[in-house]
Design a protein around this ligand. Structure first.
Ligand SMILES: [Zn+2]
Ligand SMILES: [Zn+2]
Length: 358
């Protein structure tokens, strides 16, 4: 003897429709066979119980006749033919359609049951910036060729924006579609293809977009690139992707940033590193030298006795990140140049240094 439908869903006999639905939702998610750790048999059992208990008439019959009703209800061993029929159509939030839009949430459509609105494709672009732009942050205009809302019909697809009720879905914007799955045929609610889920179609098609409500066009998008972005990092610009055919939510724009390698500057975390060559005498005696930073040339003091490989730090000339307290530094790595091609006099001078043990 099979289990009681109420205990399958873990609810009381007196449970409200809402409680039953909640319990079903939870269990169906948990045991859905497409999920890792899902349990097909259990899922069928849960669906069987819910199919009966969610239907007023069937539930009444079940309460009255108990298990005997189960046999009459069975739609064959093959699986379930979920009924999206009239009994569900009126009730807000009852029935399978919203449950199944959860369970089988399709890419390309909004996740929630109330929104059958389509989501447009994402668009990806690559943008190259200089090292300076990376260090200080920048803004770039990106020109995209993508589907945008047709301005002539304002996305309705209709000439003079005159629309009529879609005959395919009767204005509901959604249709029932039978899907084969591992547990039999399932009816799924999908957005109506004819009206793209809007329930309305053009009386006469817009001459510019041919009824699509969207056209391909160039569009400039301003992208703020924050200082300190890494090479290869991607920025998402929400809602700057394509508008789907028939209208709906725009997809997103993904901008992958490439940083041009710089001849002089390298990056080390939030610091900028450059190398500066100084002469042997500058190193020995100390000096003031010019150092190129991300914000121009500045004077820097070299102390007497500086060694090759010594690093001098110039504060607040590094990467100017807004999301961090304080700014990185500019690190100057010193390379002491050994003199070459000395004249006779110069050689004599160096010889003297040698004799002095230097
Ligand atoms: Zn149009
Ligand atoms: Zn339709």
């Amino acid at each position: 003897m099979s289990k009681d439908f109420y205990s399958i869903l873990g609810v009381e006999k007196t449970a409200s429709d809402d409680e039953i639905k909640k319990a079903y939702r939870k269990l169906a998610h948990k045991h859905h066979p497409d999920k890792e750790g899902g349990d097909e048999a259990k899922f069928k059992e849960i669906n069987g119980a819910y199919q009966t208990l969610s239907d007023k008439q069937k539930r009444q019959q079940y309460d009255q006749f108990g298990q005997t009703f189960e046999g009459a209800n069975a739609g064959g061993a093959g699986g379930f033919n979920f009924d999206f029929g009239q009994s569900n159509a009126g009730g807000s939030g009852s029935g399978f359609e919203d449950l199944f839009s959860d369970l089988f949430s399709q890419t390309g459509f909004g996740g929630s049951a109330s929104s059958q609105e389509k989501v447009g494709s994402d668009v990806a672009v690559d943008v190259e910036i200089t090292f300076e732009e990376m260090a200080l942050g920048t803004e770039k205009k990106v020109e995209l060729y993508k589907r945008v809302l047709c301005d002539k019909c304002e996305g309705t697809g209709a000439k003079d924006k005159n629309t009529k009720t879609c005959e395919t879905c009767g204005g509901a914007g959604k249709v029932h579609k039978t899907m084969r799955s591992m547990f039999g045929a399932i009816q799924q609610v999908v957005p109506c293809e004819k009206c793209h889920g809007k329930g309305q179609i053009p009386k006469e098609k817009c001459s510019k977009c041919g009824g699509d409500g969207v056209v391909r066009d160039y569009q400039k998008v301003n992208i703020k690139i924050p200082a300190g972005i890494e090479d290869g990092q991607t920025i998402r610009a929400t809602g700057h992707g394509e508008i789907p055919i028939g209208g709906g939510h725009a997809g997103n724009l993904f901008i992958t940033i490439h940083i041009k390698p710089d001849q002089n500057f390298k990056r080390s975390g939030d610091d900028i590193v450059s190398k500066v060559k100084i002469s042997f005498s500058q190193a020995a005696l100390g000096d003031k030298i010019d150092v190129g930073t991300i914000e121009g040339v500045i004077k820097m003091k070299i102390v007497a006795g500086t060694q090759s490989g010594d690093i001098f730090k110039i504060r607040n000339k590094g990467i100017n990140r807004e999301d961090r307290f304080g700014r990185g530094s500019h690190l100057v790595e010193i390379q002491v140049r050994t003199p070459e091609n000395l004249s006779r006099d110069q050689k004599r001078l160096v010889k003297k240094l040698q004799e002095a043990g230097l």
